[in-house]
Design a protein around this ligand. Structure first.
Ligand SMILES: [Fe+2]
Ligand SMILES: [Fe+2]
Length: 297
């Protein structure tokens, strides 16, 4: 039995001091937005308690599907690096970037450099910039990490799954399938039509769907919407569950559901996998994390 935990949209706060120069860019709209909407609900010790709860379950691996920071300012990226280093062994934690990690041009390469050990493919040298998709194999599980993150104009939070990445992802999925591994795709934006509004959606949804129909996968994990959702996409060997999760920092009483995480239990073997999911959420009276949902996927 392999236990895989999934969190997303950490949006580490509070915002550190931002230089005027950093504010002269798309960040000015993000800064105002953040002060208005997020500051209120993305604070407190929610994230710390969420991580403690996950630790107590002793998962074999933790997947984090992006948006570690807010405006991708230098100090935020450094803070996220420290947070990751405190979180645990990079061999047991896999990260893919989100649109907030690539908030303005050049921010993405800075983020990837700082968080490198957590998003580097097996066998790739740590001295190089991480490439996507990456493949990391842990036990019976193949983690295939994609990047949809790039800088976008103000008021836009789009992402892209382009043809080159699709081709390489298809190849990794095919090879991992031939090795009899349980294939998990990590991607920040939901690769599902209608899952995110137009200004937040991913380009390449059709491309992603075609790839799954051709080579299949066992599970897709995403973030970005800050919602607890399960969709299914058609795969080569049957429906593929596509699972989203609330922001790991979301407090109670906001417009979005409170913080939570999914804990997947994977057993069986190729052709006969069993996948169960338990979702824990901060829904207790006193803000405790409780089992909110348990199902077979
Ligand atoms: Fe987010
Ligand atoms: Fe996002």
């Amino acid at each position: 039995m392999f236990k895989l935990a999934h969190i997303s949209d950490v949006h580490l706060g509070p915002l550190p001091a931002i230089t005027m120069r950093e504010l002269m860019s798309k960040r000015i709209t993000g800064y105002v937005n953040w002060q208005r909407n997020r500051k209120k609900h993305l604070f407190g010790d929610t994230l710390t308690r969420l991580i403690e709860h996950i630790r107590a379950q002793a998962p074999d691996h933790l997947a984090i599907t992006g948006d570690l920071v807010n405006l991708a300012a230098r100090t935020e990226i450094d803070k996220a690096q420290m947070w990751l280093e405190n979180l645990g062994d990079p061999q047991e934690i896999s990260v893919v970037p989100g649109n907030h990690d690539a908030y303005v041009p050049r921010a993405l390469s800075r983020s990837l450099k700082a968080w490198r050990p957590f998003l580097t493919a097996d066998g790739a040298p740590l001295s190089e910039t991480p490439q996507f998709p990456y493949l990391r194999v842990r036990g019976p599980v193949a983690l295939i990490g994609c990047s949809t993150a790039h800088a976008t104009p103000p008021f836009s939070a789009n992402g892209t799954f382009g043809p080159n990445q699709a081709e390489r992802t298809r190849q990794l999925l095919k090879e991992a399938g031939e090795r009899g591994l349980f294939r998990v795709v990590l991607i920040h934006h939901p690769p599902v039509r209608g899952a995110a509004s137009n200004y937040k959606r991913m380009t390449g949804i059709r491309r992603f769907g075609k790839m799954l129909r051709e080579v299949g996968a066992e599970l897709v994990l995403h973030g970005h919407t800050h919602l607890n959702t399960v969709y299914h996409l058609e795969g080569r060997d049957g429906p593929v569950p596509v699972v989203g999760i609330a922001s790991a920092s979301q407090g109670q009483g906001g417009r979005k559901p409170p913080a939570g995480y999914n804990l997947f239990s994977i057993s069986g073997e190729a052709g006969n996998w069993q996948l169960t999911r338990e979702r824990f959420a901060m829904e207790g009276d006193d803000g405790a994390f409780i089992l909110a949902q348990s199902d077979k996927l």
